[in-house]
Design a protein around this ligand. Structure first.
Ligand code: NAD
Ligand code: ZN
Ligand code: ZN
Length: 349
């Protein structure tokens, strides 16, 4: 038997192809029939050819939810029929940090993202194999919709992690650079910590308008430095959350932040030669945070916030397409066509 999966074939080339029906990777693993999968800005780094890949032809995607169809003999907490969400990033699942959800601090250095190589094929597919199921999966909680569950697999935890890393205190001013789905969710998450103002920077008018509707102050990227200076009396924001990953926007974050402020980078940047402005950082006495979000660690805090209606992440979905339209879905998302913000794929179609 085979399944259909969106597979990566090099820069700008993602196609639906048949792949063998997955089986549990080992006794701790499980197989999910995927119910919904989303495309992420991180998938675009792959799509643009910015990430090193050992091969091509693997299934892509790390944001998916589904139904458990098969479990290995050592899986304790899940069985066939459970509806679950799966962390987009996983560790070995066995060391102490992994068991606590800190999958990025895996002591066996097995931190991996689904759909970035053939070693861990992704979930933009009809079915996907999940290693370490007891640690990677969580039952879709009561009162959490399927679309909210998809966002709990990566970008809502990432946005929350960025906001926590910014150490926002009540009354402060925060700037968020980049208002893609991650940045817009970072605006929402930042507001949980009581800032007086969130300054939201991008150049796409609809995205600036969305940030404004969330209660942020929209700032056009072309005039970001002057505008933010003006709005903060020349001092700069107390913290900056960077949600783009470009050299220029990380530089901007370092430039904007006030003395003794915090820069929290959640955008992915793979530039080994990034020109870090050391004198600027030195003279500002600043804190610079960057990392991949340890997704499972944040579920206990985020699930109640979603259940209580304090966060409405599902509003980021603008496009709901069939898996069979996957190539076109990537093009729309990449070209930011048609008012797209976030694309959800239905693998049953
Ligand atoms: P996206 O491409 O939809 O959004 C990026 C936004 O940045 C766009 O709105 C774009 O207009 C804006 N932008 C680009 N250049 C800009 C500039 N010079 N000034 C201001 N705005 C600018 O992507 P997304 O899905 O929102 O993801 C954003 C980033 O978050 C990506 O780098 C992605 O890889 C990263 N990410 C990180 C993690 C993590 O664990 N750290 C997890 C998920 C996503
Ligand atoms: Zn993602
Ligand atoms: Zn581990």
């Amino acid at each position: 038997v085979t399944i259909r999966a969106l597979t990566f074939h090099g820069k700008g080339d993602v196609r639906v192809e048949s792949r063998p029906d997955p089986t549990p990777p080992d006794q701790d693993g499980a197989v999910l029939r995927v119910e919904r999968a989303a495309i992420c800005g991180s998938d675009l780094h792959l799509y643009h050819g910015d990430l090193p890949v050992p091969e091509t032809g693997f299934a892509v995607g790390h944001e998916f939810v589904g139904e458990v169809v098969e479990v290995g003999s050592a899986v304790r907490d899940f069985r066939a029929g459970d509806r679950v969400l799966c962390a987009g990033v996983i560790g070995c699942g066995a060391c102490a940090p992994c068991r606590g959800g800190h999958v990025v601090r895996c002591e066996r250095r097995q931190t991996r993202v689904f759909g970035m190589s053939g070693a861990l094929p992704g979930g933009q597919a009809e079915a996907v194999a999940v290693p370490g199921a007891d640690h990677a999966l969580r039952r879709i909680p009561e009162g959490v919709s399927v679309e909210q569950a998809v966002l709990l697999t990566d970008i809502l935890p990432t946005a929350f992690y960025g906001a926590k890393g910014a150490e926002i205190r009540p009354g402060q001013t925060v700037a968020v650079i980049g208002l893609g789905p991650v940045g817009l969710l970072a605006v929402e998450c930042a507001q949980l910590f009581g800032p007086a103002r969130v300054l939201a920077i991008d150049r796409i008018p609809e995205r600036l308008a969305r940030a404004k509707a969330l209660g942020a102050v929209p700032v056009h990227a072309d005039r970001a430095a002057e505008t933010v200076q003006g709005l903060t009396g020349g001092v700069g924001p107390d913290s900056v959350i960077e949600a783009v990953g470009a050299d220029a926007t990380i530089q901007l974050a370092l430039q904007l932040v006030r003395v003794a402020g915090v820069v929290s980078v959640i955008g992915v940047n793979m530039n080994f030669a990034f020109p870090f402005p050391m004198p600027l950082a030195l003279m500002k006495d600043l804190t610079f945070r960057i990392g991949i979000c340890p997704v499972p660690e944040l579920w206990d805090e985020l699930v109640p916030l979603v259940q209580a209606g304090r966060l409405h992440p599902e509003n980021v979905f603008t496009h709901r397409l069939a898996l069979s339209e996957g190539s076109e879905a990537y093009r729309i998302f990449d070209e930011k066509r048609d008012g797209v913000l976030k694309v959800l794929l239905d693998p049953s179609r």
